[in-house]
Design a protein around this ligand. Structure first.
Ligand SMILES: *Cc1c(COP(=O)(O)O)cnc(C)c1O
Length: 389
């Protein structure tokens, strides 16, 4: 046994999701697949070729470490874009390898120009502008200087994109802030055009913004969570359904988004516990009756959060088995008293379907959908990923 659990990626579900995204947003709009955070826990090395098989040819990562990994496995016709952190030496590497990157300060713009001069290739830059998120992006007063540099150094830099990021598009309570960001971006875009600087692409939308703001879609979307089969938040799913309804589009009977990840393990041991005994560390779980428990060799070291202690559940024999006691570093105990036949080696599902039961990532955390992002990306890269279908 190489590992105590396995993550399985469903190729059919992924194909379904990409077909949905393309038909909903239209073929004219390009989609960059956001694969930061180890492809939201799915595994960059396993996920990227699968996405390519679905016709995806643009991938967004956050840092150059992820870009190196993606660059190792991508085909020659795919492009990588770095949206965040890069060290000085990464810039030369990116320029040499045709990797696109966000530029949000003059220091990086100058480094890009310098790298282009050194290696004789053009830097492929996406100018990120500050519109009110205050994470990264050029301030308005820096833009004349940016435009001047792009014009002066058109032999060294290609103006691949103009972009921004919304400060929480999945949540309606951010409405005022997001409206302001839209205005600021449109004004900045106008400024660039007035200076005769038309970017090759304009992109502003993550998943939630792409659903919510059709006027901000421009040429390209940066879609993360939806390609993996999750809505950014329940309210975005409702907004999608309302839009379909208003536009009189006939909704497909199948779910528009399907989860592609499945996480499974096996029962490590089965034990009988007498009434009145405590299970696991300390006194957190008292058996009130005679119980049968199964120990599953997955714990918080594998991304099965400690907060699921005495509250999460897994699937065994097609039934829900509640977590009892504290989640340990490498294992967890679950109640299988109600299950007649259960033995060592039986399949345990931590995320996914078994029989008629299903554990979505959200209910694995028993919290809101928003935490899907965190729970997925916490799945450690050492768990093997397999592809199915
Ligand atoms: C993470 C990220 C995205 C994708 O967000 P989703 O909500 O997963 O679609 C897009 N753009 C930037 C800059 C990001 O950091």
């Amino acid at each position: 046994m190489i590992s105590s659990s396995t993550i399985i990626l469903d190729k059919q579900a992924l194909t379904h999701n990409w077909n949905f995204l393309r038909s909903y947003f239209g073929k004219e709009i390009a989609i960059s697949a956001v694969i930061k955070g180890n492809a939201y826990g799915h595994g960059i090395e396993e996920y990227l070729p699968l996405a390519e098989a679905c016709g995806v040819n643009h991938f967004s990562v956050y840092n150059s470490g992820e870009a190196h990994r993606a660059n190792e496995v991508k085909s020659s016709t795919s492009t990588i874009m770095i949206m965040g952190a890069m060290d000085a030496e990464d810039i030369l590497w990116a320029v040499e390898n045709g990797i696109e990157f966000f530029v949000f300060d003059l220091h990086r713009l100058e480094a890009a120009i310098y790298a282009a001069m050194r290696c004789g290739k053009k830097a492929l830059v996406h100018i990120e502008v500050e519109t009110g998120m205050y994470r990264s992006g050029f301030d308005a007063e820096q833009l004349p200087e940016v435009i001047r540099k792009l014009q002066q150094h058109s032999d060294q830099v290609r103006f691949r994109g103009l972009c921004m990021h919304f400060a929480g598009a999945e949540n309606i309570s951010n409405y005022v802030r997001l409206q302001h960001q839209k205005h600021v971006f449109k004004r900045v875009y106008r400024k660039f055009r007035q200076a005769g600087m038309e970017p090759e692409t304009v992109h502003t939308c993550c998943s939630a913004a792409a659903i919510r703001f059709p006027d901000m879609r421009y040429d390209m979307l940066r879609i993360g969570i939806m390609q993996y089969g999750f809505w950014p938040s329940p309210e975005i799913m409702i907004e999608y359904r309302n839009k379909i309804h208003r536009e009189d589009k006939v909704p497909d009977n199948t779910m528009p988004l399907q989860r592609i990840i499945r996480w499974e393990s096996k029962v490590m041991s089965v034990k009988h516990v007498p009434a009145g005994a405590f299970v696991g560390y300390g006194y957190s779980f008292l058996a009130q009756k005679h119980m049968k428990i199964a120990v599953v060799p997955v714990g918080y070291a594998h991304g099965f959060s400690r907060s699921l202690s005495n509250s999460g559940f897994v699937l065994i024999g097609g039934q829900r088995a509640p977590v009892i006691g504290i989640v340990n570093m490498n294992c967890v105990a679950v109640d299988v008293t109600a299950l007649e036949r259960i033995t060592t080696g039986d399949e345990v599902v931590l995320i996914g379907r078994q029989g008629h039961q299903e554990i979505s990532v959200a209910s694995f955390g028993e919290m809101t959908n928003l935490l899907n992002y965190e729970l997925l990306t916490r799945l450690p890269s050492h768990i093997p990923r397999l592809v199915e279908g």
